[in-house]
Design a protein around this ligand. Structure first.
Ligand code: BT5
Length: 325
């Protein structure tokens, strides 16, 4: 259930440019004017700067930089995504928390956010470095009405929304490396996506999509082996970024992309994805137990597989990580 506090922030956020009267707030929230005043004092303690003018009402001038459930909601322009926020300063992994929450019936669109993850995870039990306050460590609980075999499309959809967000806010040119990495042209990884599915045979119960986006790290924040392969928005642009506004932008972008996909299907996502595709149209090396061969990376298939064109002109789908980029 949405708390009065969150509704109050929502109302103030919607009226950012003007004052909203104590009476109007009290009518909308069904609480007394003195209760409104008490909430305002609590918001101030959370780091909000609030202007109160007699005869005009209240206005938020500045929200705190520290991430909290309230500050994420403040200014969030989504309809359903992130309306319920679970925030921790420190946790093992937002994926673990999100799975627990989903099992306890947390609904579609709930997000889990942490400032720091002690055991952030990548695919196949790999580690995701998640230093305190340096990146967007976010997991989203979704309950899509989709057959499980289409779940890989959600990873591609997330990558498109994330690449759009990065290019819109920072004016950089990110690339998507199939299936789940965001890189820059120097081939350094700035973000990774982890899609984890809980499904019955023909029905998704829920999916948790985890996004790790490096925002304000310097190279020395990572161990040597990661330094060679990683980058952050800050390293690429030479400036510090506000993590929460990036998150809000991403959540809006994701929601629109997801809603559109649910109505219109995958073809638009495919087009948008291919516009960002790393090494699309180029020769790549495919390795498996028996052979090494070269083929052209020619696109992505409806089921999220990677499409290659062999030397004899035949098209083939690849699913596993046997590509040597
Ligand atoms: C991924 O895995 O790229 C998915 C990462 C998903 C992280 C998010 S954060 C929020 C949510 N909660 C979690 O616990 N996880 C998700 P993968 O493709 O397996 O890449 C992992 C590899 O990337 C590691 O083995 C390292 O080589 C490298 N790596 C680790 N941390 C990195 C970082 N911060 N930046 C760039 N590369 C990193």
């Amino acid at each position: 259930m949405e708390s009065t506090r969150n509704k109050l922030i929502q109302l103030l956020a919607e009226n950012k440019e003007s004052y909203i009267s104590g009476q109007m707030l009290s009518d909308q929230l069904h609480i007394s004017r003195s209760a409104i005043w008490k909430h305002m004092k609590e918001l101030e303690r959370d780091g909000y700067e609030i202007e109160a003018k007699s005869k005009r009402g209240y206005r938020i001038i500045k929200s705190p930089e520290k991430i909290t459930e309230n500050t994420i909601l403040w200014g969030l322009k989504t309809n359903w995504l992130g309306k319920k926020v679970i925030h921790r300063e420190m946790t093992s992994s937002t994926q673990i928390l999100a799975h627990q929450a989903a099992k306890q019936n947390e609904g579609h669109g709930t997000i889990v956010v942490a400032d720091e993850q002690t055991t952030g995870r990548g695919r196949m039990s790999r580690t995701w470095h998640s230093k305190k306050g340096s990146g967007m460590w976010l997991s989203m609980i979704l309950k899509p009405e989709l057959p499980p075999y289409l779940a890989p499309q959600l990873t591609l959809l997330t990558a498109v929304a994330l690449a759009d967000t990065i290019s819109e806010i920072s004016n950089t040119k990110p690339l998507i490396k199939w299936p789940n990495d965001i890189l820059f042209s120097n081939q350094k990884k700035c973000a990774g996506i982890l899609t984890e599915l809980q499904a019955e045979q023909d029905k998704i119960q829920y999916v948790v999509i985890g996004i790790g986006l490096n925002v304000n790290q310097e190279l020395s924040d990572w161990p040597d082996e990661i330094q060679e392969r990683a980058t952050s928005l800050s390293i690429e642009t030479n400036k510090q970024w506000e993590i929460q506004s990036i998150m809000q932008h991403f959540l809006s972008e994701f929601e629109q992309t997801y809603d559109n996909y649910m109505v219109k299907g995958f073809s638009e996502i495919k087009k948008r994805w291919e516009a960002y595709g790393f090494k699309l149209g180029e020769l790549i090396t495919i390795q498996n137990l028996h052979e090494t061969r070269r083929a052209i990376f020619s696109g992505i298939a409806e089921d999220g597989a990677l499409l290659i064109k062999n030397e004899d002109g035949s098209l083939e789908k690849l699913y596993s990580g046997e590509i040597d980029w």
